[in-house]
Write a protein that binds this ligand. Sequence first.
Ligand code: FAD
Length: 362
Amino acid sequence: REKIRYKTKIAVIGAGQAGLSAAYHLRKMGLSTGADFIVLDEAPSAGGAWQYRWPSLTLSTVNRIHDLPGMSFEDTLTTESQTVQASIAVPHYFDLYEKRFDIKVYRPLKVDHVYLHNDRFHLDSSQTLFSALGIINATGTWENPFIPTYLGADLFQGEQLHTKDFKTADYFRGKHVIVVGAGISAIQLLDQISKVTTTTWVTRKIPVFREGPFDDVAGHNAVAMVEERVRNGLPPLSVVSVTGLPLSPEVIAMKERGVLERLPMFSEITKDGIKWEDGKEEKADIILWNTGFRGALHHLDSVLPREESGGIVMAGRLATMVAKEPRIHLSGYGPSASTIGANRAGSVAVKELMKTLGLKER
Ligand code: FAD
């Protein structure tokens, strides 16, 4: 069957924080939805990846969700904010946001593959073929969970899950669970799971806990470090992963319960568990990998110039511009992979891309 074809100037792929921020700024520049720009999103409804977060992730257990431009998140909260599930509150906010700023999102529409033809990017999906002069890619990381390779992984007869698969701690009841990872998600899931079953916590590096709230200077340094990496064409590290672990009351309670006895990373996975370099073994029913995410960029494989390291050389004011293909911006990637970063990146990506394409503000 012939695909529906549609021509536009700028295609925004993804309608999370980064995509909506870009759409807001495109509108502010006087561009109109349809002829000038389109927003495409794979998810069934508003909310970006927040709609998939586990139910126990509430507004008091997330780091902080930054506002989108022009509309306060807090004003959209209808009930006691501390207990509101992030997977409900943020999608509600994004939905109202799309309506308020008249941002039309084509969904569910997964861009499978992007290719260049006659100097236009063609965005191929199951039923449509959009073409655009430039792209603001804002596809986040949720669709690309990362699990490191370990010897014997395919022999394991238990279950291997990733943070992305977590729904409730109850699922793990009665199983022995190896929780891998030293990030915030690892700690939060270890806390919940260790209350209903036995756990072993393993991490590659010794986790660093910090007392007191996370200050702006540390945040700025973490972002600067990731930005320097991507400007040099290295794969980014997660911004959230370099901010350290808060020594919250929950973490102190975990220490007291003895569940934070961290073991070093195992070297091998066996049929029924894990094995360390010194030959010590432990049986396990589930290995839960909280080992992060990578940019969900597979659909751009044929148009993104990659370095040998696997990274992409980024340029522009906030490092959202692909240096060797400035008609593509990656917003929410590397240094802008946080709600505040994605928010700021939207504005810069729009201005820089419009300049590259010779489009004027109206
Ligand atoms: P997303 O919200 O992931 O949106 C991307 C969108 O693109 C999705 O809707 C997806 O469906 C769509 N998409 C993907 N691929 C395609 C495709 N091929 N075609 C079409 N559409 C596609 N950051 C903070 O600042 N504070 C926090 O407290 C915080 N907590 C977090 C907790 C967890 C558990 C995780 C995983 C992350 C957290 N982050 C936090 C990071 C933060 O969520 C993201 O950096 C931020 O929301 C960026 O949004 P985004 O728009 O880049 O991506």
